[in-house]
Structure formats: C-alpha cells, structure tokens
Design a binder for this molecule. Structure first.
Ligand code: NAI
Length: 330
C-alpha cells in the first residue's frame, strides 16, 4: 500500500525500511506532524501512519477521507489522539500496536525512579567537574518501600515484577482485577489505600475521560508527604499546576515524567536555540527534584523493531481484507 508517515524521525525510517523488505509497501516519510494544515498532503496515498502527538480529530479525519485515506495506522499503543467515532463515520479503519515492548517503558520507569532517588544525573556532572562532594546526593533504599501502581496492564505488570525484584511492596489499582496480580505478588487495592500507603506512585493507565487529571489537588492531598510521583503514561493524567503547588509545599518530594500534558508543542524537536514559551513547563524544569525526559520510554531498538513489524503487518492485513487483529473501534 501507499503509506504516508507523519512526524517521522530518522529512527522511524531506519527501522520501517528494514522491516518493509518483507512487506513491500510504498512508504513516504514526512517530518511534519498531522494536523488540519498538513492533512492535505495525504493526497495520493491510501493510508497514513501517525504517532502519539499527531492530531486526528474529526476535522483532520474529514480532510484525510477527502484525500482518499482509508486506514489510520498508529505506530504506538495509545489512541487518545484519534476521534474513533469520526473515523468510523468517514469509513476509515484505525489500527495500533497494542504491545511492542512493555519492558521498554517499565525499565524507563525504573530509570526515572533510580535517578531521582540516587541523583546519578547530578553525580555525573559533579564528577566531570572534579567535584567529589556527596552533600545533597543522599537517597533511600528502594528495598522495603511501598510502590503504588495505577493501571496493571502490560506495562504495569512488568513494572511490578521489576519492583518485586528490588524487594518493594507493590500495591496496585486497576478497573479490572485479574489472577496474574496475585501470582506476581501485587496487593490489589483501592485508590484511597494506594495513595495513603505508597512511598512512590507510578501511573500506567491509559488517558481516558475517567483518568484525565486523575492526579490533582485532591488526590495529591491523600498521598504521603514526601511521595515520589512517576508518569510514563500520558501527560494529561496529571494536573501539572496542582503538582507544581505540591512540589513547592514539599508534599511531593520527587517528580519523574516522560510525558507532559502540553508536550505536543515541545517534544520530539530540538528547540535548544529558541525561547520556550510554556511557563508551566519552565517552572517544572526549575525544580532540582524534577526529572523530565521527552517521551522516550518506548525508544529501545527492540521496541522499534516490534513497532515496525506490527504496523506493517496491520497495513498488509487491511490491504488483503484480512481480520484486523489490532483494530481500535469507538
Ligand atoms: P494496557 O492496555 O495493557 O494496560 C492499561 C491498564 O490500565 C489496563 O489494565 C486497564 O484496565 C487499566 N485502566 C484503564 N482505565 C483505568 C482507570 N480508570 N484506572 C485504573 N486503571 C485503568 O496498556 P499498556 O501497554 O500497559 O500501556 C499503558 C499506557 O502507557 C498506555 O495507555 C500509554 O498511554 C502509555 N505508554 C507510554 C509510552 C511512552 O513511551 N512513554 C509507550 C507506550 C505506552
């Protein structure tokens, strides 16, 4: 099929071109994101391949449909940026990559926890400058700490397994209880107890109307003073202004985020020679107990290989009228 990629980077074309030898689709890569101004570029293609911050709202989907697009292939797991009802209305199918490497995101979650705790980012800079003083670098043993995971899907479960290896007590909350939680040794509980007892709270649920700003002033107030908050899921799970208030008061002692609610204007681009206009983001950057990465939790070679293989298979299945295993519907 004739497929147009939006928001593509060198690592996307590298992995997709290599994998496409088996599929033989015609792949065209654009660096621009999908939005109402760029949708018109889809003319002459049959499918578009998009990523987390591409805009696929009703207006954009209408334009894509007018240009002859029949398939939206997400090269990610989350699909909160696609208006599924509109896609259905315009006769377009939507496919995604439900699981490519839950380990990539779970291990990045641990990277954030360990860096914030043991301050290896600060130690690295100090030692480079010949400063071997240890003041301000004290951490705590992860062993024996209680970690609360919200969302016990593929990533939440791998995170739980890794944390158990560190000797942590793992509390978990999900809308659905499954047998595997007991097998891994997760104490399934409600949000009240999870907030009240966790030294670290980590988010692994999708962004839905129910989870939008699940972390807000009121939920933070129910957490332990000095809690560490980690978000590798989606930015809008967290009300950033409430978190800034809690960082200032000391209620939250550490914040590690790979995602940010207004990240679409910032992430995946080199803005180092510009003045960043987002004052909320700049306030976050000013805290020395906040660690931000730019939506890179998925970025391992294993994950990229898997994303390319599953996405191209999804496109081939659509092309040949086969059952769409990874279809997402309204
Ligand atoms: P999954 O679908 O396997 O698991 C999500 C879990 O959240 C399910 O068990 C579901 O029942 C639960 N859930 C749904 N609504 C909930 C609610 N209101 N409260 C508590 N739990 C709820 O998804 P997976 O693969 O584990 O991914 C989780 C999220 O991680 C994705 O939705 C995506 O937003 C994010 N993600 C981030 C990446 C990154 O690079 N930072 C990469 C991949 C995924």
């Amino acid at each position: 099929m004739n497929v147009l990629f939006f928001s593509s980077k060198v690592y996307d074309s590298t992995f997709f071109n290599k994998c496409n030898a088996e599929f033989d689709h015609k792949l065209t890569y654009l660096e621009v994101p999908l939005n109402k101004s760029t949708a018109v570029l889809a003319k002459g293609h049959e499918a578009v391949c998009i990523f987390v911050n591409d805009e696929a709202n009703a207006e954009v989907l209408q334009e894509l449909a007018d240009q002859g697009i029949r398939l939206i292939a997400l090269r990610c797991a989350g699909f909160n940026n696609v208006d599924l009802e509109a896609a259905q209305k315009f006769g377009m199918k939507v496919v995604r990559v439900p699981a490519y490497s839950p380990h990539s995101v779970a291990e990045h979650t641990l990277a954030l926890i360990l860096t914030l705790n043991r301050k290896t980012h600060r130690a690295y800079n100090r030692v480079k400058e010949g400063n071997f003083a240890l003041n301000g670098l004290m951490g705590f043993d992860l062993n024996g700490k209680t970690v609360g995971l919200i969302g016990l899907g593929k990533i939440g479960l791998v995170t739980a397994q890794i944390l158990k290896g560190f000797g942590c007590r793992v509390l978990g909350y999900d809308i659905l209880k499954r047998d595997e939680f007991d097998e891994i040794g997760i104490e399934f509980t409600d949000l009240n107890r999870l907030y009240a007892e966790s030294d670290i709270v980590s988010l692994h649920c999708p962004l839905t109307p129910q989870t939008h700003h699940i972390i807000n002033k009121e939920s933070i107030a129910r957490m332990k003073k000095g809690v560490m908050l980690i978000n590798t899921s989606r930015g809008a799970l967290v009300d950033t202004k409430s978190v800034i208030g809690a960082l200032k008061s000391g209620h939250i002692s550490y914040l590690g985020i790979d995602v940010y609610e207004e990240e679409a204007d910032l992430f995946f681009e080199d803005l180092s020679d510009r003045v960043i206009q987002d004052d909320v983001f700049m306030r976050l950057l000013s805290f020395n107990n906040v660690l931000i990465t730019g939506h890179q939790a998925f970025l391992t070679s294993n994950a990229l290989e898997s994303i390319a293989a599953v996405t191209l298979q999804n496109i081939s299945d659509f092309e040949h009228g086969r059952q769409l295993e990874n279809e997402v519907k309204a």
